[in-house]
Design a protein around this ligand. Structure first.
Ligand SMILES: Nc1ncnc2c1ncn2[C@@H]1O[C@H](COP(=O)(O)OP(=O)(O)OP(=O)(O)O)[C@@H](O)[C@H]1O
Length: 301
């Protein structure tokens, strides 16, 4: 089975424009799929539907062809999950929590859990109530990955981790991908998504405004994104009539942004030498830059 996650016409309307609206996407086996959006854009609401904690108002979500809401308790045994807000059961220490979880999931071999505890440098004997934010997050990571589940959902999985531990989590995600696991993760950290995801969806006001294939961002190093501001309107409009791939025009500033293959750069300078240019800059083609452009361009909904 290639398709692991399906989200179909999913809507949860909390009123006053809050919630998620008409979300459609699928995630295939072995894919790492990222979800990015500003605070309140709907990431947690979407992931909680996938886990079967919330009942859709319209549409549905399914994992391995099983409706998330109907099969919620079964799915919880097969999906590793880091919630956006971590709440522990009423047990004393980290290790008690892992043992309880192992019992629930039928895990007898504790070696994977021990390996993760060591890897994330976690004191599993510490009292859960006294743990720092980062320690709680590490406990949630151990809990999500200890069962070797084939499907893993991370809602801001690296929240509260220091930069070293953040990159450890990214490495873990990459290793799991190598093993053929399917991972769905939300994050505010572009680096984290950039280095591990195959595709990334952008959420704005509860709607998907774009889904980008990371290969189109990573693989485009021979194409540059260049922004030029002209001193006069006439040079600006003259430039717009030239055969460049213009991806953005900001008329109020006489600015044009183009995508240009390296081999055509001389042609660009030939055209510009007879024009009055205020500045010319090269924009890095990062996920963050792509996201900001999309976010600004998307109509308010
Ligand atoms: N139970 C609820 N009742 C009413 N409104 C809600 C409820 N849950 C979420 N919302 C609203 O839905 C919107 C999406 O919230 P959600 O928590 O999914 O966003 P998010 O992208 O995960 O945000 P963050 O990055 O801050 O975690 C927000 O406007 C939020 O206030």
């Amino acid at each position: 089975m290639n398709e692991i996650i399906r989200i179909s016409n999913l809507t949860k309307d909390y009123g006053e424009g809050r919630g998620i609206f008409d979300i459609n996407l699928t995630v295939n086996k072995g894919e790492v799929f990222g979800l990015v959006g500003i605070n309140g854009s709907g990431k947690t609401t979407l992931i909680r539907h996938l886990m079967g904690f919330l009942k859709p108002q319209k549409g549905y979500t399914s994992i391995m062809d099983k409706d998330s809401w109907r099969y919620a308790s079964e799915l919880k045994k097969h999906v590793g999950y880091i919630p956006g807000e971590i709440a522990f059961p009423e047990v004393k220490r980290g290790i008690d929590f892992f043992k309880l979880q192992a019992e629930y999931l039928g895990i007898r071999d504790f070696s994977r859990a021990n390996e993760l505890i060591q890897r994330f440098n976690l004191d599993a004997d510490a009292k859960l109530k006294r743990m720092s934010k980062g320690m709680k997050q590490k406990s949630a990571i151990v809990n999500a990955f200890m069962a070797n589940s084939d499907i893993i959902l991370l809602d801001e999985g690296s929240t509260g981790l220091d930069p070293l531990m953040q990159s450890e989590l990214t490495n873990l995600v990459k290793e799991e991908k190598q093993k053929g696991k399917t991972i769905f993760m939300s994050s505010h950290i572009f680096n984290e998504l950039e280095s591990s995801c195959d595709r990334v969806a952008f959420l704005k006001n509860g709607r998907i405004i774009d889904i980008v294939d990371m290969n189109t961002i990573r693989g485009n190093e021979s194409v540059k994104e260049i922004k030029i501001e002209f001193i006069g309107e006439s040079d600006f409009s003259n430039f717009l009539s030239r055969p460049f791939n213009i991806i953005r025009e900001q008329t109020e500033f006489n600015q044009a942004t183009i995508l240009i293959p390296d081999k055509d750069i001389n042609e660009l300078f030939n055209v510009l030498q007879n024009m009055n240019v205020r500045f010319i800059t090269q924009k890095p083609r990062t996920l963050e830059a792509y996201f900001k452009d999309k976010y600004n361009d998307a109509e308010a909904v």
